[in-house]
Every structure is written in structure tokens, then in C-alpha cells.
Design a protein around this ligand. Structure first.
Ligand code: ADE
Length: 246
């Protein structure tokens, strides 16, 4: 996947894009992420990217012209841009369904806001989606872009070592993940549940499912309610939508 990011803080991405899963995906040519400094498309001596808001009010707004010039130069034409996403707290909440949808795109362009946001005409003309990573306000879109990039990259074919681990996890089937244990069998007076050491795969599966249900009921009753609805619908219409996909 080709990824372009427009930001006034390109240095923000250096660590995340080079480390661990993202770094390996880049080395192996599975993702080609290019971070661009928006200031490259400023033309004044101060290389200013922001200006005061029309109508007054506190703070500054990112100017539209550097965004339009950047997109024109990167893709040759505004309408040749790939799926374009503005990271903003006013956007649609990112969830695993949207992550999976984005992972199917050949390319994406991520626009990071700062200050009081980006001039509305950039949203209107360029954004296919506005995405928020949660109901809280960050200092800018950069951290949100990193979150989106990591969530999408790990779904790209060949990125995850163990093919199963991308599906056998929280949200893949709409429930939170069951607890995991590794050695030693006991530490700090806490033992690994006996069933996990029993070698009985059926019992292990059943235990994990119970744990996932209990955990989801406690922490995310909203997810559990949706999971139950989907399961009921799937039972009425066994040929219908796969209840795992949400
Ligand atoms: N920019 C500031 N806050 C944000 C959020 N919660 N999600 C995405 N972008 C943001």
C-alpha cells in the first residue's frame, strides 16, 4: 500500500514508521509510507501554514493553499488523489470495520490538522472521509494518523507473521479477546488456569469463549449487545452476512 501523509510535523512519524511491525512492513516493500512537510508548499518567507480564522475567535487555522498545492504536485491532479482522510475529532470513529475497509485500498492520503483545524474547503474538496480515533481532543492529527496506519498495515497481506493472529483477536468477531498466559505456570501466587494446561483443545476453546463473553459484558456491554444481535440474525438467516465480520 502506498501511503502519503501531509503534516507540519514530519519528524513525529520517524519513530513509529521505522519501528517494529511498520518498520518491517516498509523494509519488505509491503507498505510505502511517505511523510511530507506541508511547509514545502508555502511560498512566503516565514513559510506560514496557518492564519487567523474568518469571523474571529481564538487560535489559528491551517491554510488551504498548501494542501491543494501538495496534492496537485503529488498526484498531478486533485482528482487523481487516492482515498483521502482527514484526521479530526469531528470525524467518524475509527473501528475495525473501517480499518478493514481501508486495508483494501491500494493507496491512501492522510491529512493531519493542528491548532483549530484545517480550512473547511480542504475537507470539502479533498476529504473522502473524516476520521477520529476517539472522543477526546489531541494536539493534532499526527498521533491519530499513526494509529490508523498501524491498524491498517497489520491487516495487509504478508505483514503479520502468524496468519491466524489477525483474525483470532479482539474485535475480529465482535468480542474482546480472552486472557493470554505464557510461562511460568505460577508467579506472584497467580497460577495459569488449569484448563489451558490440560491439552484438551475443545475445553480450551470453550473456556476462551466464556472469558471473552464475560470480559465483553463487563467492559463493553455495547459490543456484547451488537454481537448477540448479529448472532441471532445469522441463526435466522444462515446464508446471510457472516456474523464474524463487523
Ligand atoms: N485530532 C485531534 N484529536 C483527534 C482525534 N481524537 N482523532 C483524530 N484526529 C484528532
Amino acid at each position: 500500500m502506498r501511503l502519503d501523509v501531509l503534516t507540519i510535523f514530519p519528524g513525529y512519524f520517524a519513530g513509529p514508521l521505522e519501528t517494529s511491525l511498520l518498520g518491517r512492513a516498509a523494509e519488505r516493500g509491503l507498505v510505502d509510507a511517505r511523510v511530507h512537510d506541508l511547509r514545502r508548499w508555502t511560498h512566503d518567507v516565514h513559510r506560514s501554514v496557518d492564519d487567523a480564522p474568518y469571523g474571529g475567535g481564538a487560535g489559528m487555522v491551517l491554510k488551504p493553499q498548501p494542501f491543494f498545492d501538495a496534492v496537485s504536485e503529488l498526484y498531478g491532479d486533485l482528482d487523481a488523489r487516492p482515498r483521502t482522510i482527514v484526521l479530526t475529532p469531528r470525524g467518524r470513529l475509527l473501528d475495525q470495520r473501517l480499518v478493514a475497509e481501508l486495508a483494501a485500498e491500494p493507496a491512501m492520503l492522510l491529512l493531519c490538522g493542528r491548532y483549530e483545524g484545517i480550512d473547511e474547503r480542504v475537507h470539502t474538496r479533498l476529504a473522502h472521509d473524516e476520521v477520529s480515533i476517539g472522543d477526546y481532543v489531541l494536539a493534532g492529527g499526527e498521533a491519530a494518523a499513526c494509529v490508523l496506519i498501524e491498524a491498517v498495515t497489520r491487516l495487509l497481506p504478508g505483514v503479520m507473521g502468524n496468519a491466524e493472529s489477525a483474525t483470532d483477536e479482539s474485535f475480529a468477531d465482535g468480542l474482546l479477546e480472552h486472557p493470554q498466559y505464557t510461562r511460568p505456570p505460577e508467579i506472584e501466587g497467580l497460577a495459569v488456569p488449569e484448563v489451558l494446561r490440560s491439552g484438551d483443545h475443545g475445553a480450551v476453546e470453550a473456556w476462551r469463549h466464556e472469558q471473552a463473553l464475560a470480559r465483553t459484558a463487563e467492559v463493553r456491554p455495547d459490543l456484547l449487545a451488537r454481537w448477540r444481535e448479529r448472532r441471532a440474525a445469522a441463526r435466522q438467516d444462515p446464508m446471510g452476512e457472516d456474523p464474524r465480520v463487523d
